[in-house]
Design a protein around this ligand. Structure first.
Ligand code: AMP
Ligand code: MG
Length: 535
């Protein structure tokens, strides 16, 4: 087939744009947009697009032809310079609660949806450029994104997918060839940075905030249309929209959200900005901004400097925030769903799903067969203590725990002997007091007993644990190393990390350098331990 013909094979079916009311004003001028789910807007042309990296798996999932991927047209398309036939670009209107307060209209201020690609399997995938220029929702900002934050979004979306966490995906990361000025720490020091665009991919980018904006404006008609569209387009297994299906739908959103947050807790991910405009209706992780990964286990940690005072979005608070956000969504749905009790039942379902899911997840991290409340409540509670006597690297801890020989009963081991295989997980092992050591050793003894009660052989426990506890995560400093190199024009670290994080559970002996504790230099370096929303 000719190149032109293979590109023509890429099909679009733009259900969101076709089914929902559009803004009638064609201008990009920032403004309030009423009675519309979106505004049609073309990406702004960029000067010198250059592809930095793309995800093979996403390209494959979309069924993009190989010659297209290797052509200059690929980067022209995914920086918005040259659209494909069938694309119909638009920015969505949404609102949201930011840090607990209703913020009114937000919307796709720098994201432009290109359209819904239909892959050879018949699945719809929305393609969205982040950083493609002004839209009516840009408010006072510029609609652009910088390389630093784009690398973080690109790598983390793919890393999360391979970790088994529900997430939006990233197809490509490109430079625009233009400079973008950012004041990274809002400290009065603006500086030019390289502009970049990520093409994100998801079955839908609809957020809790898309529903909230219509409820806030008492636009029940558009609200109902959006609910019906979401169900028909993305929850079609529930059947045609009806009073009953509405409730089932909300319950499923609650369950999916709970499951996603269980997975965040499993891998040590802190989203950083769980505003309701950053909550996908599909229960997928969305909007990778000032997110971070726990190095040392600390439930009170958040990477987001904007949230430093109250730490609303700290690691250990994410489950509660998930519920708070669902309550806001439920409130927004009341005008259409009306059945307040059923909505309340959905909130309760979130609590149950999270509670059961969390217990099951935690015992799976320990290689146990199933959660048994009589023994495991105490085991898990004490584990929290064990992980915080001194700074303990969460990722290394679980991988080391998997190596412990436990199936043979050996009451003879001293505290130090118990701890020896775990020492690598401690940032400052010399700070472990004798009392802490004895409590950790006691916990290990009770864990060993629990494993023996299950009757699991060491080898089996190890492989089960290593399938849920990653060896490689995108530690904050790793993304920063990739960014520092990229700033100098070296994109090899981006590609290396993309490749590494495709198999986060596997031993990759040649990549061992990325499986170590956070280096000391990264402890207080901006970008590694502190991030702002500036991106
Ligand atoms: P975020 O904190 O990234 O979730 O963004 C909150 C809101 O600000 C969303 O409506 C974004 O589209 C918008 N926004 C963030 N950065 C920019 C930017 N550089 N230009 C335009 N809008 C932006
Ligand atoms: Mg956002």
């Amino acid at each position: 087939m000719e190149f032109k013909e293979t590109v023509a094979e890429i099909k679009f079916d733009n259900r969101f744009a076709d089914q929902l009311p559009a803004d009638s004003n064609p201008s990009k001028q920032p403004r309030q947009v009423y009675k519309a789910a979106y505004s049609r807007v073309e990406p702004t042309r960029v000067k010198a697009p250059e592809l930095v990296a793309y995800s093979k798996e996403v390209a494959e999932k979309l069924g993009l032809p190989a010659d297209f991927l290797e052509s200059p047209q690929f980067v022209e398309t995914f920086t918005g310079n040259q659209l494909l036939d069938g694309m119909d670009p638009y920015a969505m209107c949404y609102g949201g609660h930011q840090f607990g307060n209703w913020a009114g209209q937000l919307g796709d201020g720098r994201a432009i949806n290109l359209g819904e690609l239909v892959n050879p399997a018949g699945e719809h995938w929305t393609l969205q450029l982040k950083g493609a220029g002004l839209t009516p929702y840009s408010r006072t900002a510029d609609g652009l994104a910088v390389l630093r934050s784009s690398i973080r979004e690109f790598l983390c979306s793919e890393a999360m997918f391979h970790l088994g966490v529900a997430t939006t995906r990233a197809l490509s990361l490109s430079l625009t060839g233009e400079q973008v000025v950012r004041d990274m720490f809002y400290s009065g020091n603006p500086a030019p940075e390289k502009g970049a665009i990520v093409c994100r991919v998801a079955p839908s980018f609809i957020r809790f905030g898309n529903f909230q904006i219509f409820a806030a404006r008492q636009d029940d008609d558009t609200l109902k249309q959006l609910i019906d569209h979401t169900i028909t387009a993305n929850f079609s297994h529930l059947g045609e929209p009806s009073a009953e299906v509405y409730v089932q739908w909300f319950h499923e959103v609650a369950q999916r959200t709970a499951e996603m947050i269980v997975d965040w807790m499993r891998v040590g991910f802190v989203h950083g900005v769980m505003n309701t405009d950053n909550m996908s209706i599909l229960g997928q992780t969305i909007d990778y901004g000032p997110y971070g990964w726990l190095d040392n286990y600390d439930p009170d940690w958040t990477p987001n400097t904007t949230d430093a005072q109250f730490k609303r979005y700290r690691f250990g608070n994410q489950p509660q925030i998930g519920m708070w956000n669902l309550v806001q969504l439920a409130n927004a749905l009341v005008p259409v769903i009306e059945d307040v009790e059923a909505l309340q039942a959905g909130i309760n379902l979130y609590g149950e799903t999270f509670g059961n899911g969390y217990s099951a997840m935690m015992v799976s991290k320990l290689g146990l067969n199933a959660f048994v409340a009589e023994t495991d409540d105490a085991l898990l509670e004490n584990l929290q203590k064990v992980l915080t006597f001194v700074e303990t690297d969460m990722t290394i801890f679980y991988r080391r725990l998997a190596e412990l020989p436990l199936s043979e009963g050996d009451s003879e081991r001293s505290d130090d002997e118990w701890l020896a295989p775990l020492l690598d997980a401690y940032y400052l092992p010399e700070q472990l007091s004798a009392d802490a050591k004895s409590q950790i050793a006691d916990w290990l003894r009770s864990y060993a007993q629990r494993v023996q009660a299950d009757g699991t052989a060491d080898e089996d426990r190890k492989s089960a644990m290593n399938a849920v506890n990653p060896k490689y995560v995108l530690r904050n400093y790793m993304a920063q190393v990739a960014i520092d190199a990229a700033d100098e024009g070296d994109y090899s670290v981006v590609t290396e990390l993309l490749e590494l994080l495709r198999n986060p559970f596997d031993e990759q002996p040649e990549m061992e350098k990325w499986a170590v504790k956070r280096p000391d230099w990264a402890r207080s370096r901006p970008g590694c331990s502190m991030l702002s929303c500036s991106s």
